[in-house]
Design a protein around this ligand. Structure first.
Ligand code: HEC
Length: 143
């Protein structure tokens, strides 16, 4: 019977073809899902770096004032120009004078080469310009 032979032939194709097609389709699908995930990740990463960039840009801008830098680096040990570790070495005029610290340059020297209990601020942490801004802030703020 030619009809049934053809049916058998078609059936064989039908069985083979969808199986292959199915396999391909699956690959395509999972590939597509991966692509979507990858794209989402890229978008998220871009958004995150944009956010990080705008935050750090704001920090740099704020960090330019001596006051902001002082709050960032010094306040924890010198709140209000005091000294939580050595009460005789506050940042107030009287103590500074008693310890022979007279100028912004002298304060920068302390930052570069501090006494016991104070951390060292090298050029990498505080470039000269920033160190000087802090020093000037200290001189004019704590009397
Ligand atoms: C971890 C705590 C700590 C931090 C942070 C710190 N200091 Fe000090 N600082 C001290 C201590 C302790 C001394 C006294 C050191 C000594 O015995 O000579 C001191 C002393 C000083 C003195 C000398 C004061 C005096 O009367 O002799 C100056 C000026 C000073 N610090 C400035 C700063 C500045 C500016 C910053 C921020 C950039 C800073 N310190 C951050 C702990 C700290």
């Amino acid at each position: 019977m030619p009809g049934s032979a053809a049916d058998g032939y078609n059936a064989a194709i039908d069985i083979d073809f969808p199986a292959e097609n199915h396999g391909l389709g699956k690959n395509h699908e999972s590939g597509g899902t991966k692509m979507k995930k990858a794209r989402t990740a890229v978008v998220l990463a871009a958004a995150a770096s944009l956010l990080a960039f705008s935050v750090s840009a704001a920090e740099v801008k704020k960090g330019k004032t001596g006051e902001e830098l002082f709050k960032q680096h010094c306040t924890m040990c010198h709140p209000d120009g005091g000294n939580i570790i050595n009460a005789k070495k506050t940042l107030r005029g009287k103590d500074l004078k008693a310890n022979n610290i007279k100028s912004a340059g002298d304060i920068v020297k302390v930052m570069r080469n501090p006494g016991p209990g104070m951390n060292k601020f090298d050029e990498k942490t505080l470039p000269d310009k920033e160190a000087k801004e802090i020093a000037e802030y200290v001189l004019k703020t704590f009397k």
